[in-house]
Design a protein around this ligand. Structure first.
Ligand code: FAD
Length: 332
């Protein structure tokens, strides 16, 4: 389809309680940068039931407009209902591009919407740019097992759609909420919703591991040697108020659940402080944590590649270093 405007849309996914998921608010940051280069307005799209909190957050986070679709049929995420609503909004307003968070729901919704609109989708992006002349987005994502970063262009398609990994971009400072709020009345017939939510069962583990939102992360890798090796990691995390992360090697060994995994096939994080313990620094791990402000590496091998990206390095045995560090921080 033809774009009717230069507007860039960000789908701001909501939680069950009507608040915005962080990733949608994070995506307003590159959205603003891209609109700054190519013109048009930055539009947040919020779908759900009782989503005032998410609408206000998107507005405070700098959206020029927020388009809201509310109704009981959107209370729980449903690919059918959300895709019908989003496609009908795109057909009405004709944005030039749209960013969707690469959450479980976003990874489900994005392809469905792009297929119905007969456009393309670049999945799981980790960097974005735009050509101000053509308005073509340059979508960058890991390819070939994370061994290279591919930049993908879809010049003939509108809207250009991509999913972007949570934690890649940082939320801007919230300001005054002054976006124009546009309420759209789109109702979806029950017969068009092919899945029914019967019960919500919380995965307590992944619920409690908010790596993407964490300010400090202490991560353990194969170097911890076993599940009990995470005890000193957890102790340091405890005194720092940090979240525990892990490399895939530790997760694959069954020492810690996957919800703790940082990296290309885990979570992308951007804490103020990332402490990597017994992690070699494989490219797939770095893909998930290189946006950290300060990286500290503890590794007994002075040649470990993690030291190439670390701001501070300790060459030593983590089982000797961590208890000392934990005790010193307790005293401070
Ligand atoms: P290793 O590479 O084995 O490193 C262990 C380190 O611990 C070594 O540097 C060693 O010197 C150090 N060490 C050992 N004992 C001690 C000690 N007592 N004190 C201090 N240091 C010690 N990996 C991820 O992490 N996340 C991903 O999302 C991810 N996705 C992947 C996707 C694909 C498609 C592929 C192919 C791979 C992926 N990997 C991922 C795996 C990645 O390539 C590495 O195999 C993995 O990151 C290695 O984990 P590690 O650093 O813990 O282990």
């Amino acid at each position: 389809m033809e774009a009717k405007t230069k507007d860039l849309w960000v789908f701001v996914e909501t939680n069950e309680d009507g608040t915005a998921k962080n990733v949608g608010l994070e995506l307003l940051t590159p959205g603003r940068m891209m609109v700054g280069k190519q013109g048009g307005e930055l539009v947040a799209v919020v779908i759900g039931n009782n989503v005032e909190a998410a609408v206000n957050a998107a507005s405070a986070q700098g959206a020029d407009k927020v388009i809201v679709v509310e109704g009981p049929e959107y209370a729980h995420f449903s690919t059918d209902a959300y895709a019908i609503a989003l496609v009908s909004l795109v057909e009405k307003y004709g944005p030039t591009s749209m960013l969707i968070g690469a959450t479980n729901n976003g990874r489900d919704l994005g392809p469905r919407v792009s297929c119905r609109l007969k456009t393309g989708l670049t999945a799981d992006c980790t960097a974005l740019d735009i050509d101000p002349e053509s308005g073509n987005v340059a979508w960058t994502r890991p390819a070939f097992g994370g061994n290279l970063m591919a930049t993908i262009l879809c010049p003939d398609h509108r809207p250009q759609i991509g999913t972007v990994r949570p934690g890649v971009f940082k939320k801007g400072e919230a300001g005054e909420a002054k976006a124009e709020i546009i309420k759209e009345d789109i109702h979806v017939d029950a017969k068009d919703i092919r899945t029914q939510v019967l019960e919500l069962i919380k995965d307590m583990d992944s619920e409690s591991v908010d790596l993407e939102g964490a300010e400090i992360i202490v991560s353990g890798g194969r170097g911890v040697g076993g599940p009990e090796g995470f005890e000193p990691i957890k102790a340091l995390a405890g005194v720092l108020g940090a979240t525990v992360g892990a490399s895939r090697a530790a997760v694959d060994a069954g020492w810690i659940p996957h919800s703790h995994q940082v990296g290309q096939t885990g979570k992308t994080v951007g804490p103020k402080l990332y402490i990597a313990c017994g992690i070699s620094g494989a490219i797939q791990h770095l893909a998930g944590m290189s946006g950290s402000d300060v990286v500290v590496a503890i590794n007994k091998d002075p040649e470990a590649p993690i030291f190439d990206v670390a701001d501070y390095g300790v060459v030593g045995n983590l089982f000797e270093v961590l208890p000392v560090l934990t005790e010193e921080i307790k005293k401070a």
